[in-house]
Write a protein that binds this ligand. Structure first.
Ligand SMILES: [Zn+2]
Length: 304
């Protein structure tokens, strides 16, 4: 069978949320829309994941927390930390996104790369969510791969502008998962957890510095860690236009970043699973364009 770029889409992106919470969700509709419109992908590339089973979630998250998510019994304080009001549809969405990242692992083993148009919810801890993250999809998928013996060593490359604090904490005592986070030093979370490798960046870090650092570090990590699969969190809140990010990466620099990641992994034949993470530029066209570049570059490098 010929290889295919498989993309998990988020079928219920905006529906769980009341007005006022929908803006950051628009991209989940616009990204597949744009990619289909320009002919970068066809409907054949897209798949809608089902809801992830509790049994799998519980390899990563606490039973009490999962019970509160299912039962809509999160406290007001817990919901405030997450940033969204709880709803059955929102819980379902999180479970579907998580399954999307797991499905992408299987597709990445087959095709080299697979992408989730959502996910990268790296601020979720075992027993709580924060920063718009409820379940940590990459951590759940990593534990799934380890428990099913589909991978022995996993590398998480988190290039969202915010530190992957939940992911770092979840794997602090797990030598089979190497967590690499390159993020804005002065960005949320203000209390950083300890990743296997943290690279905090100064405010105003530009393309040259950013790409040079990544180009030096990533091949070295691939050499030393020899991962069976890499999760790449491709947040576009590194852009200079981002409302929250404090870096000065251009849209072209962001595209070069994706190119560096995919090129090194493709050369070494290491499967790569991508999830979107954040992006909060005021103009949603910029967010969409930067995320679409990740799909375009993946398609180009893997020739899918
Ligand atoms: Zn972010």
């Amino acid at each position: 069978m010929s290889k295919l770029l498989k993309i998990a889409y988020d079928p219920i992106y905006a529906h769980p949320l009341p007005e006022g919470h929908r803006f950051p969700m628009l991209k989940y509709e616009l990204i597949p829309g744009q990619l289909l419109h320009e002919g970068s992908i066809t409907a054949e590339n897209l798949f809608a994941p089902i809801s992830c089973a509790d049994e799998i979630i519980l390899w990563t998250h606490d039973a009490g927390y999962l019970k509160r998510l299912h039962g809509q019994t999160l406290s007001i304080k817990e919901q405030r930390h997450i940033g969204f009001p709880q709803s059955p549809a929102l819980t379902l969405r999180e479970l579907m996104i998580t399954q999307g990242t797991i499905d992408c692992c299987h597709f990445a083993f087959e095709n080299g790369v697979a992408l989730n148009i959502a996910g990268g919810t790296h601020h979720a801890f075992a027993d709580r969510g924060e920063g718009f993250c409820m379940l940590n999809d990459m951590a759940i998928a990593a534990n799934y791969l380890l428990n099913k013996k589909l991978a022995h060593k996993i590398l998480i490359v988190d290039l969202d502008v915010h530190q992957g604090n939940g992911t770092a904490k979840l794997f602090e005592n797990e030598p089979r998962v190497f967590t690499f986070s390159m993020h804005g030093e002065h960005n949320y979370p203000f209390h950083k957890e300890k990743s296997s490798l943290d690279v905090p960046l100064k405010d105003g870090t530009d393309d040259n510095t950013y790409l040079k650092l990544l180009g030096d570090i990533l091949p070295r990590l691939i050499e030393t860690e020899k991962p069976d699969l890499v999760f790449y969190l491709s947040g576009v809140d590194v852009l200079e236009t981002d409302k929250y990010g404090k870096l000065k990466v251009t849209i072209e620099g962001c595209k070069q970043r994706d190119k560096i990641v995919f090129t090194h992994l493709f050369k070494k034949g290491i499967p790569c699973v991508v999830a979107m993470g954040g992006g909060y530029s005021a103009d949603v066209k910029i967010i969409t364009e930067a995320h679409c570049n990740t799909f375009r570059v993946a398609k180009e490098i893997y020739q899918l």
